[in-house]
Every structure is written in structure tokens, then in C-alpha cells.
Design a protein around this ligand. Sequence first.
Ligand code: ADE
Length: 276
Amino acid sequence: MTIGILAALREEASHLLADLEPGGRRTRIALRDYTSGTIHGHDCVIVLARIGKVAAATTATALIEHFGVDRLIFTGVAGGVAPGLRIGDVVIADTLVQHDLDARPFFPRHEIPLLDTSHCAADPDLTGRLETAAQAFLDGTIWQRIGPDVRRQFDLVQPRVHRGLIASGDQFIGSATGVRALREALPDALAVEMEGAAVAQVCHEYGIPFAVMRTVSDTADDQAHRDFPAFLGQVASHYAHGILQCLFEAGIPPAGPARTDPQPPLNAPGLKARAT
Ligand code: ADE
């Protein structure tokens, strides 16, 4: 079993890379460095995916095709969209949707053309393990890693774990109107980011179990840009590292048998305008 880990941020990738036992091998493909090694006895390949859906999809595809990963985990930050989400909370995806995908009138809004679905489901087992690991981190070593000054700076009171819908698109949402429009279009969305649903689509098509974890860095409103870089280095990097450490320490059993019922072929009927 080989687990692919995609990090959106250089800081997250660097902490995780330090965990790879000595002898990690580096392979450069299409401007990215893929580092293979083991963490707590698990074979892993870690890579910085970069930002946006295309970057994430090509990186996920390379992990599957070149490295044969049979599990995939994405870690990064997100804007909180649902009321009540606070900076420093963790969101674990049950399902993901591309909020900027709109091929109307041929397909309903958000539907992935020729896949017959708009939402891709994360693997329930891996997702459950990630949720448990996130809770263990928040109940455990978080304040050993994040000091009182940083805690005060970002007003991190009692961070919580949430599980639900994550929306992805090629936009940083950073305005009251932007986040309001997103809430109207996708009332169930907990958080917004720029990669997860693209990885989800690739994994759905290949039949690879995956999970997505995000630390809430902002609330996608006019304040979203404030302190963003500081949050990445001083908070999000510790979350990604701490949570994945909890996950690997608890152990990840091998994936079940590969999917034997491939998705319907994509040479679907010609486009027809459909009601939305
Ligand atoms: N990642 C972190 N915050 C985000 C936001 N507000 N919009 C899109 N991606 C994000």
C-alpha cells in the first residue's frame, strides 16, 4: 500500500517531509518534486500540489500513474463558509463539489459533464480515521505546537472538527458578496478552497480512496486576506503535521480490493440542452 499526500502549502510539505525516514527518494516530474519514503511504517509519496484545480488534478494523476498510490490524502487551508465556522477549526470532507463548474444548458449547474454527478464522495473509512486523528490533535498536542502569542493573535479559542461538504473553485473567495453568493448556490457547503474537488474527481474516475482535510484560515469575506501568510506558517503547518502524525501513529490498514466495476464509459451521448 502506498499513500499519496498532497499538500497545498510549502510549509506543510516541509514538516511532513522531515518525517520521512532517511533515504527518501526524490523524483522530479512536471516541475514538482515527489518524495517517496516511509512514515511510521507506511509507504508514502509526498508532493507540493501547488494552487488551483488543474495543478491539483495533474499532481493527483501523477501520483496514481507514476507512483501507483492506492490512497490519497489532501491537506491544506480553506475559507469557512458555513455560519459558526471559526478560524482554526478543521473541516474534513464527506463530499466535494466544483462551485465554479457550470456547463448549463447542457448539464445542470455543478454537474461534472458526462459523469452524471456534481458531488464526489470521499472514502468513508479514511475520512473517519482522519476525523479521529484531527480530534486527537485538537485534544492533544495542539498547544504544545502553537504558543500563547500565536493563539491570541488568531483568536484560537476551542477549535472544533466539522465534517461535510467542501466546495472548490479557481478563485480565492475574499468578499462579503462572494461568500454570500457561494452560500446561496451551495447552502450545505462548510468551506471553500481551490483544489479538493479536482482531486476528488480524479480519484473518483480512477477508483482511488481519498480524503481531504482543511484548516479554516479565514471566513472568505473582506477580512480573508488579512494575516493569511502568517496563519499558514504559524498555525496551518502545525495542524497538517500534527493531524497526519496522529493518523499514521494510529495506523492505516491496507485498502480493500481495487474497484472492479469501472465507471460507465465516457463516450456518452451527444450534448443535449437540459433543464437546470
Ligand atoms: N483557501 C483558503 N481560504 C480560501 C478562500 N477564502 N477562498 C478560496 N480558497 C481558500
